[in-house]
Design a protein around this ligand. Structure first.
Ligand code: 4AD
Ligand code: MG
Length: 432
C-alpha cells in the first residue's frame, strides 16, 4: 500500500492508501458514524469512520481523536457523493503519533491579539494555510518573471552603514568598535552598484523600518523585492512593473484555485485587474481628489483614504507618476521638462489595497546628486561609494521595489498584512 499526500488523492480513487497528518476537526454523526477532517499540509480531506466497516476496536481509536492530534490513517479513496473534484477516505484504521490535549484555538471567535499570541499554532488554520501558500506563489511568480527578463539575483546587505529611504525609520544595532550599523530599509542603492556589473539585478529579502505606523498595511519587518536595470528610463520602468504584476495575477489564478476558494476571494475581480494600468500624474491625482471634495494640496502625499478614492473606479492598479521632488527620495531623477518633479511612480492596487510598488528613474549626474545630498545634510563620507557610480561610466537607470506582504494581501483579499507573513513584526509585537 502506498503512502500518499492529500494533493495526490485524485490519482488513487478506489485504492487503499496511507496518509499522515493532523486532525483538523471531527464530528459525530451517530453512534456508528464519525467524520474526521485530516489535513496534511498539502490539503484537507474528510475521512469517514463507519463502525460496521471498521470494527469495534478501530472505531474506538477514531473516537479518541482530538483536534490537532498527529496521526497515520489507512483507508480507501473515494469520490465525494455530491461535490465534484472532492475526495473522501473510507477509514480502515487510525494510529495517533502524538495526542494533542486542549488545543487552544477552538471553534469560537478569537480576537486578533489572542490569535497573534498563538501565531505558532494559528498558522495551521485553513485561512492562514491558504494565505501562506499564496505568498509562496507570489514569491515564485516574481522570481520567474525576473529570471525570464534577464535579471540576475544580487543579494544586498542587511547590515548597512546608512539609510536608503529615510533616516527617521532606521533600526540601529551596535556594531563592534565601529559604533552603530542599521538594518536595511531597501537594497536599492547597492543594486545600483550591481547593475554596472550585471546590467539587470534584483534582491529579495527582509527589510526593516522603524515606522510608528499602526495601520493594516505596515510591518516593521517586511519582504521586498527590489529590481534595478541599466539603460531603462522612467516609462519602461513602469512597463516592467505592469508586466510583472499582470504575471503575478495570472500565476496566482492558475496555481492557487483551492487557496482562493478557501479564502472566498472574488476571482473575477482579480481577473479584471489583468489589463493595461492607467497612468496619472500626481497633479492629475490631486485635481481628481479636489474634485471629489478632498482637502489636499499639490505638495501632499496620500493617506489610505485618498489611495482608496484614486483606485475606486479602476479594475486595475493605477500608477501615480511624477511627484513633487521635495516629498520623494533624494536619489530620484528630476523631470527635465519640469525640474520640480521627480521621475517616479507609485503603483496603487485596486480594491483599497494601497501602494504595492514604489519606483523611479535614478539621478545619473554626479554634481547634481552631490549638491542635492549636501543640501539635505547627508553624511557624504558614507555615500562616497554611491557617488562613485556617477563618476565611472554613469548610465540612465531605473528600478522599483515591490512589497511582498501587500501584494499577497491584495491577491488573497486579506485586509491586514499581518496575516501575509509567517511571524509578523509590528510596533507592538515581536513575539512569538
Ligand atoms: O516605496 P518604498 O519605500 O520604496 C523603496 O524602498 C525603494 N527604495 C524601492 C526601489 O526603488 N527599489 O517601498 C517599496 C514597497 C512599497 O510600495 C510597499 O509595498 C512596501 O514596500 N512597504 C511596506 N510593506 C509593509 N510594511 C511597511 N512598513 C512598508 N513600507 C513599504
Ligand atoms: Mg513608497
Amino acid at each position: 500500500m502506498q503512502t500518499i499526500q492529500i494533493y495526490q488523492l485524485k490519482d488513487f480513487v478506489g485504492q487503499e492508501v496511507k496518509l499522515r497528518g493532523w486532525v483538523r476537526n471531527w464530528r459525530k454523526q451517530s453512534s456508528k458514524l464519525r467524520f474526521v477532517v485530516l489535513r496534511d499540509g498539502t490539503g484537507e480531506v474528510q475521512c469517514v469512520a463507519h463502525k460496521p466497516d471498521m470494527g469495534e476496536e478501530a472505531f474506538e481509536a477514531v473516537k479518541a481523536l482530538s483536534i490537532e492530534t498527529s496521526l497515520e490513517v489507512w483507508g480507501t479513496v473515494g469520490r465525494h457523493p455530491r461535490r465534484e473534484g472532492v475526495f473522501e477516505i473510507a477509514l480502515k484504521r487510525v494510529v495517533p503519533m502524538q495526542v494533542a490535549v486542549d488545543y487552544p484555538i477552538g471553534k469560537k471567535e478569537h480576537g486578533p491579539d489572542f490569535l497573534l499570541g498563538q501565531r505558532h499554532l494559528w498558522l495551521r488554520s485553513s485561512r492562514q494555510w491558504a494565505q501562506l501558500r499564496i505568498r509562496h506563489t507570489v514569491y515564485s511568480a516574481i522570481e520567474g518573471f525576473l529570471n525570464g527578463q534577464g535579471f540576475i539575483r544580487f543579494d544586498s546587505p542587511i547590515l548597512t552603514p546608512s539609510s536608503c529611504e529615510d533616516t527617521t525609520t532606521l533600526f540601529e544595532v551596535p556594531y563592534f568598535d565601529m559604533g552603530s550599523a542599521y538594518l536595511s530599509q531597501s537594497g536599492q542603492l547597492y543594486l545600483e552598484a550591481g547593475i554596472m556589473s550585471l546590467r539587470r539585478v534584483y534582491d529579495f529579502g527582509p527589510v526593516f523600518r522603524a515606522e510608528k505606523s499602526k495601520t493594516r498595511k505596515h510591518l516593521t519587518e517586511f519582504w521586498m523585492m527590489d529590481a534595478e536595470a541599466a539603460f531603462v528610463e522612467h516609462e519602461e520602468n513602469m512597463q516592467i512593473q505592469e508586466d510583472l504584476i499582470r504575471h503575478i495575477i495570472r500565476t496566482v489564478l492558475e496555481r492557487c484555485a483551492t487557496e482562493l476558494e478557501t479564502l472566498e476571494r472574488d476571482t473575477d475581480t482579480l481577473r479584471r485587474a489583468d489589463a493595461p494600468f492607467p497612468r496619472w500624474t500626481h497633479r492629475q491625482a490631486i485635481d481628481y481628489l479636489k474634485s471629489k471634495g478632498c482637502d489636499i494640496d499639490y505638495s501632499d502625499d496620500f493617506g489610505a483614504a485618498e489611495e482608496e478614492m484614486l483606485t475606486a473606479e479602476s479594475d486595475t492598479p493605477v500608477f501615480i507618476e511624477r511627484w513633487p521632488a521635495e516629498i520623494k527620495a533624494f536619489y530620484m531623477r528630476r523631470d527635465p521638462e519640469s525640474p520640480g518633479l521627480a521621475l517616479c511612480s507609485d503603483l496603487l492596487a485596486p480594491e483599497g489595497f494601497g501602494e504595492i510598488i514604489g519606483g523611479s528613474e535614478r539621478e545619473t549626474d554626479h554634481d547634481e546628486l552631490q549638491s542635492r545630498m549636501k543640501s539635505l545634510g547627508m553624511p557624504m563620507d558614507e555615500y562616497q561609494w554611491y557617488l562613485d557610480l556617477r563618476k565611472y561610466g554613469s548610465v540612465p537607470h531605473s528600478g522599483f521595489g515591490i512589497g511582498l506582504e501587500r501584494t499577497v494581501g491584495w491577491m488573497a483579499g486579506s485586509r491586514h498584512v499581518r496575516e501575509c507573513i509567517p511571524f509578523p513584526r509590528m510596533i507592538s509585537r515581536v513575539t512569538p
